[in-house]
Design a protein around this ligand. Structure first.
Ligand SMILES: [Zn+2]
Length: 94
């Protein structure tokens, strides 16, 4: 059975998460602290905590995006996972 596409219920099998964006990731390790932005990590879309933003494929960068607030990134993650919540509605994501 094909994986469910982004923004449909069940996408990501509960593995989508958010994090503070590391300044750099070298050999899977965070270096030089954090940028202050937040990003969405979706393993079902080919992403990994071990990937550096700048070396991630463009389609992965597009999903991560860069958000300036924890509420905004949480809304994006919920939307990507196919949820419709107060936060997704607050940010116009359905
Ligand atoms: Zn995804």
């Amino acid at each position: 059975m094909a994986a469910k596409p982004p923004a449909t219920p069940g996408h990501g099998d509960g593995n989508i998460h958010v994090r503070l964006q590391p300044t750099r990731v070298v050999d899977g390790m965070i270096e030089d602290g954090y940028t202050g932005n937040y990003e969405v990590i979706c393993p079902a879309c080919g992403d990994s905590d071990r990937l550096d933003y700048l070396t991630a494929p463009p389609e992965v960068q597009a999903i991560r995006s860069l958000y300036g607030s924890p509420r905004r990134v949480q809304a994006a993650a919920e939307h990507h996972a196919g949820y419709r919540t107060q936060l997704t509605r607050l940010y116009g994501l359905g």
